[in-house]
Ligand binder design. Structure first.
Ligand code: E4P
Length: 240
């Protein structure tokens, strides 16, 4: 009985490990993050796509296809329209690009209607531009696969983004919502740690925040000393 309990706790912990997405449309950054071996997906948005100079329906579709070929995980592709009918048309085309495409839809009235339509028709969505727990409840009710609270932008406006992640995590757990909390608008490596602690299911981060997790001055000092001492070991080996 006790062993079973321990096993189920371990299993539970294993299942809820936090996913890492990269928040960019830049192919070389996506490649670099993917090579680390810890990447679970990619998020993009119209600003990130425009930054890479991607223009026109064909080029947009091709870019998403290329990203899907690099990363084996969920790839969020955002709709550009804001009315129900066009969001649905656009979302259907995006979802047809690759099975890993998740249609990213803004938290607006027409967007919520569209998310419900996509849910009912087997298309997974990421509800974006979420800034309150109320919006996160609506996204979950509509059946979004992911909800994206923008924690950096909340911090920028003088509120506490990580606190919002905690609140949504509490609500989803009490209510049994299956929607995954995708902490977005990450600005620092510490945001990632805090979001993990707050119960985020996913963090989508710029490459520099992911790489920032590697850094600690004591690691650098420790490694320098080990490498120095390793030279002495080689010398001993040579002397023998
Ligand atoms: C989320 O999916 C968005 O693309 C992104 O995290 C927004 O981040 P920003 O506030 O740095 O633009």
């Amino acid at each position: 009985m006790a062993a079973n309990f321990k096993y189920s706790i371990l299993n539970f912990k294993y299942q809820i490990r936090m996913k890492f997405f990269i928040d960019t449309a830049n192919l070389s950054q996506i490649e670099e993050a993917n090579q680390l071996g810890i990447l679970d997906g990619v998020t993009t948005n119209p600003s990130l796509m425009a930054k890479e100079g991607i223009q026109g329906e064909e080029a947009i579709a091709q870019h998403y296809k290329t990203i899907c070929e690099i990363v084996n995980g969920d790839i969020s592709a955002e709709v550009l329209s804001t009315d129900f009918k066009t969001i649905v048309e656009e979302g259907k085309k995006l979802a047809a690009i690759h099975p890993n495409i998740v249609v990213k839809v803004p938290m607006i009235k027409e967007g919520v209607k569209a998310i419900k339509w996509f849910t009912d028709n087997g298309i997974r969505t990421n509800c974006t531009l979420v800034f309150s727990a109320g919006q996160a409840i609506l996204a979950a009710k509509a059946g979004a696969a992911y909800v994206s609270p923008f924690i950096g932008r909340i911090d920028d406006s003088g509120w506490d983004g990580v606190q919002l992640i905690e609140q949504i995590a509490r609500i989803y757990s009490i209510q049994g919502f299956k929607t995954e909390i995708l902490a977005a608008s990450i600005r620092t490596p510490n945001h990632i740690t805090l979001c993990a602690e707050a119960g985020a299911d996913v963090c989508t981060c710029p490459l520099e925040s992911i790489l920032g997790l590697l850094k600690h001055p004591l690691t650098d000092l420790g490694l320098a000393k080990f490498l120095e001492d390793a030279k002495k070991m080689n010398k001993v080996v040579e002397d023998v």
